[in-house]
Ligand binder design. Sequence first.
Ligand code: UDX
Length: 428
Amino acid sequence: MTITIIGHGYVGLVTACVFADFGNKVWVIGHTKEKIDKLKKGNPIIYEPGLKELLQKNLKTKRLLFTLQYDHAIKESEIVFIAVGTPSKENGEADLSTVYDVVRNIARFLKKDLTVIACKSTVTVGTNLKIETIIKKHKNKEAKFVIASVPEFLREGTAVNDTLNPDRVVIGSESKKAINLLLKLHQPINGKRVIVNLASAELIKYASNCLLATKISFANFISFYCQKTGANVNHVLEAVGLDKRIGKNFLSPGVGYGGSCLPKDVRALINIGDRLKINTNLIKAVEEINLEAKNNFLKTIIKYAAGKNLAIWGLSFKPETDDIREAPSLHLIQKFLDNGFTIKVYDPVAQNNIKRIFKEMINYAQTPYQTVKNADALVIICEWNEFKEIDLKKVKKLMSKPYIFDGRNIYQPEEMEKLGFKYFSIGK
Ligand code: UDX
């Protein structure tokens, strides 16, 4: 099959590489020459485990083609996926302007033979119908098309594996032809098929991400009780998660959720609900608790740190990615600076992205050990594996004061005490 994917972010690029690897011809359309040139040379631009190898392999077979032009790609393709960003506007609403720009461009090049236009971007309920109206307005008379919503559930850091082995493939469409063609394309991919109407598919994505955010905020909410009562949040939530109706995933407390999806999708669902006059208190509280989780951690550090020299480990919004969008580190570093702390940071891959924001305001180290040298306290914001396996005796020797504030609960308090650290973790 020949397909086009518009957008080459975490969703677009990973999906393109995986479908090309299955033997399809895949066009990827971007709008920045510099990025398309890098992609053509096999540089994936983003850090995602396994992606570079997949990109380079499929470039060699010439099944994966990058372009800035719509005409050839759209004319040749049976399916066109939209996988562009839908960031938050000031009021929380999803900004759909890029989606609509892209749709107008697609419409101009549609051919007589049927094209399926499938939206992977997370969009407000009703957007796909609007996409249909825009295409009808801008296409040639003879051009034929049908629309579908195919929401994406991949996580950063495990995106390639998630694309190959999703729990479900959701296809929303009113067109049998669209459903059948999309089922054919997805044949080599695992996971249950869920066929629904357009609005359901659009809402499934928001419902999923907001429930994940709710579980995380609930874990943080319980951690506040633990901190004040002597209970241990890990013991409490482990036991809670053993109930199969609840499940143990996404119950890890910490400094809150970040990333390009959960925060924006929570805000968008609040915005949609407010417009539909639905009581959105539940998810408003999810968002408030997420901020409280960061501020609670900050207050503990301000209260107990024995000096102003902070070392920080882990800057990305979660491990195995260089993505810092809405990362808790951004909020915390700014607050530390506002409170007069001096900061040295380390992250295995996200360091350069943080440097673009904080420039000379903070210091950068090349290793975790360099970071803690002469520090009054170590703050852990993201739980990369290398921190879990670190030589803690060496860390203690290098620090000027043995204080650790662990925002992701990666060590055992008893062991830390034995090693002579003053160890502060979440909900204990
Ligand atoms: C999320 C959804 O999981 C995915 O299905 C969707 O397609 C895109 O959004 P992602 O943003 O890659 O994926 O990250 P995710 O693994 O969901 O983590 C989001 C944030 O929640 C991270 O900051 C992580 O540290 C935090 N988190 C996660 C917790 O604080 N506790 C947990 O128990 C789990």
